[in-house]
Design a protein around this ligand. Sequence first.
Ligand SMILES: [Zn+2]
Length: 255
Amino acid sequence: MSSAVADAHHAEAKGLLEVKPGPILLLGAPGVGKGTQAKELEAKWGIPQISTGDLLRYNRDRGTELGLKAKALMEAGKLVPDELVNAMVAERLKEPDTANGYILDGFPRTLGQAKWLDGHIGAGADPKSGAALPVIAVSIQVGYNELLRRITGRRICPVCGTIYNIYLQPPKVDGKCDLDGTPLVRRSDDTEEVFKERMRTYETQTAPVVEHYRALGRFEEVDGSQPVSAVAAGVEAAVERLRSSATEKKQNNGV
Ligand SMILES: [Zn+2]
């Protein structure tokens, strides 16, 4: 391939992904700032965020058939099985706002869900739409000690809701809100014990999903210890790289 052709090819791939980011799975341990980054991606590409928590609430509040089934299980203290969550996602993906892509948050959470999603995307969508592109996964990484400081250092003003961090964003006067002088409080689950347990759960749950996308060459990590805008730029660059290489592979396979 001559360099002119390579450039043209590159430009074409780039142009394509500027309109069609496709399905993006955003991963990150508790406290990495995943929600903030999802909002940045939503704003950049105008694509919706799809979280299983929101889907469960939506279906439950509307009393849909899927929602009623999930509600009964949750009230009985049981896990909502993959098939039920998958069915909710399938319904959501029929909405026209997913045509250029979407951000997945909390789904797929198991290998079974990931495999189902790959098959569902291949089978269902209009082949020319962004929704037909393969899932790519981006993980926001922050070191254990920094995450621990972000979480155990968090203090909240019970009156105005301002959030401080005794290590990273301390109040002017120790233990008091800058705005109203109220003594700051620590949420009962912002402890090292709770954090450790959540990290263990996160890592155990996510590992097979990460391995799945890594093996397919559709996984990248981004350094989440930088300022929000730098992390956002890193996530966008990772999406663009993954999207152009995934698109090239697809073209080379003649699919
Ligand atoms: Zn306050």
